[in-house]
Design a protein around this ligand. Structure first.
Ligand SMILES: Nc1ncnc2c1ncn2[C@@H]1O[C@H](COP(=O)(O)OP(=O)(O)O)[C@@H](O)[C@H]1O
Ligand SMILES: O=C(CO)[C@@H](O)[C@H](O)COP(=O)(O)O
Length: 472
């Protein structure tokens, strides 16, 4: 049996799956948590990756590896390959002002959509670089190369694999030469200085934002090879952003829309042509197969339920039971879930609100249902913004494990929902990319469940009123 490994270094944790390259059968897996926060030293990702790989039994018998990672995070390296400062993550909103400035300087949102397929908000790397140039000029000057979380981990892995496959020896592996840095179309498309339509960096935009053009990772095609091609050991696939890997992992094709409920909420489809939404709601990303991945992202998904569970003093399973005990619409209790600000709509400083509190709705069950409905309403807005009429809506990510989420989603979205069995679809997508370096993988997902229920449009009507009230 030929084995491949897929790694998902997402916001909250690192997950590793080891699968049979031909059939996709799961052989071993591991995971390790990341520290909380929106500003993190990348060494924490490396430590978590090593722990997760060790828990998954190592990579000595693995023929190919791929790393997928949270998109957009700014990793700055100096000439020696050392990290200049903690990485600013996709959900760090301090560069909101820089984003607004950059949009104005280029001539408005339409100019950005045309240039790079997306209108930058605080999530995009280019805005973080502007923030760095303005607020930490010494760090900006020290920055010799800029890359993203998955690029950095793939690069570290290339250096570690040069030492052999004994994971214990990897902790102190020195960083490789900067020119070994590589990325893929998918992750490059979230920087704000790479165009999915032309497949080229826009170094002019980077220069205008940052005042300099540091070394950027080589952009590999879907079947490219990262690391040193002459090195022994497992092949290193290009890797990609976590949403692009999720699309690969669930086998999404044209007509499918994927709703992912992780730390972020994302709604995306696979497209044959690039998109350029001048309203800024839809990011016109590239995917990991050579196609495109129009995507709408919210800052508030699974952790809204974590927060509600904390408020109610229960665990996540009990929160789900409570939510299913309350009536649809939570008796008028509406939770606007902007607990981390919001990205779509672009309100980086917004906060959450609870409206419609009465003696009758002041119960843990109503709160639980309002949290599930509020989170899903945010995603339903994202689905509307995507503007496609899906043939199939697939629900994945940590919060898709909640029975309440699965059962309430069709009432809020107004369409049936397909839920693949609980799994690590980002890591699976990375593993599929690795397998494709060796074979033509024929991986299938069995037992996808369908959830259907009558639409309850009044939930979204009340939510729209509540958000307007809060945002005004
Ligand atoms: N049964 C469950 N019900 C609701 N939320 C869950 C459940 N299991 C996990 N989660 C949540 O899923 C989130 C992690 O999802 P994941 O997709 O791994 O996130 P990320 O990829 O952003 O790190 C956590 O916030 C966790 O609390
Ligand atoms: O910023 C985006 C998409 O543009 C996020 O989706 C990040 O890629 C983080 O993903 P998760 O850790 O929530 O999966």
């Amino acid at each position: 049996m030929t084995l491949v490994a897929g790694i998902d270094s997402s916001t909250q944790s690192c997950k590793v799956v080891i699968r049979d390259a031909e059939t996709g059968a799961l052989v071993r897996q591991g995971r390790s948590a990341h520290p909380a926060g929106t500003e993190i030293h990348p060494s924490h990702w490396w430590t978590a990756l090593l722990r997760a790989v060790e828990e998954a039994g190592g990579l000595a018998d693995v023929a190919a590896v791929s790393v997928a990672g949270q998109q957009h995070g700014m990793v700055c390296l100096d000439e020696a390959g050392e990290v200049v400062r903690d990485a600013l993550l996709w959900n760090d909103t301090r560069s909101a002002r820089a984003a607004a400035d950059l949009v104005a300087e280029l001539g408005g949102p339409g100019a950005w959509a045309e240039a790079v397929g997306s209108v930058p908000v605080a999530a995009f790397t280019v805005t973080k670089l502007r923030w760095l140039a303005e607020h930490e000029p010494a760090n900006a000057r020290r920055t010799a190369a800029v890359c993203l979380p998955h690029d950095w981990l793939t690069w570290r892995l290339a250096g570690a694999l040069a030492l052999g496959t004994d994971v214990a020896a990897w902790h102190d592996a020195p960083p490789p030469a900067l020119d070994l840095l590589a990325t893929d179309r998918g992750d490059a498309s979230g920087t704000g200085y790479w165009s999915p339509a032309t497949g080229a960096y826009r170094t002019d935009l980077l220069k205008a934002a940052f005042g300099a053009v540091p070394l950027l990772p080589r952009v590999l095609g879907p079947a490219g090879r990262a690391g040193d091609p002459a090195a022994a050991g497992p092949l290193l696939a290009p890797g990609t952003g976590d949403n692009m890997a999720a699309a690969l992992g669930v086998g999404a094709g044209p007509g499918d829309v994927v709703v992912s409920l992780g730390t972020s909420g994302t709604v995306f489809g696979v497209a044959e042509t690039p998109s350029a939404d001048a309203t800024g709601a839809v990011a016109g990303f590239a995917d990991a197969t050579g196609r495109f991945l129009p995507l709408v992202c919210t800052l508030n998904a699974a952790r809204v339920l974590d927060a509600a569970a904390g408020l109610a003093g229960v665990g996540l399973d009990e929160l789900s039971e409570l939510a299913l005990r309350a009536p649809a619409g939570s008796g008028g209790l509406t939770l606007v879930p902007y607990l981390e600000g919001e990205r779509t709509p672009n309100r980086p400083t917004a906060t959450g609100s609870v409206l419609g509190l009465t003696l009758a709705t002041a119960t843990p069950a109503h709160l639980a249902r309002a949290a599930v409905e509020g989170m899903l309403c945010g995603l339903a807005g994202a689905l509307d913004a995507l503007g496609t009429r899906p043939e199939r809506v697939l629900l994945i990510g940590g919060a898709a494990r909640s029975e309440a989420v699965r059962r309430i989603a069709p009432t809020v979205f107004g369409v049936p929902i397909a839920v693949p069995p609980p799994g690590e679809y980002v890591a699976d997508g990375a593993a599929r990319q690795a397998a494709a370096l060796l074979t033509t993988p024929d991986w299938r997902i069995e037992d996808t469940a369908t959830y259907d229920a009558p639409a309850a449009p009044e939930i979204r009507t009340r939510y729209a009123r509540a958000t307007a009230h809060v945002l005004d």
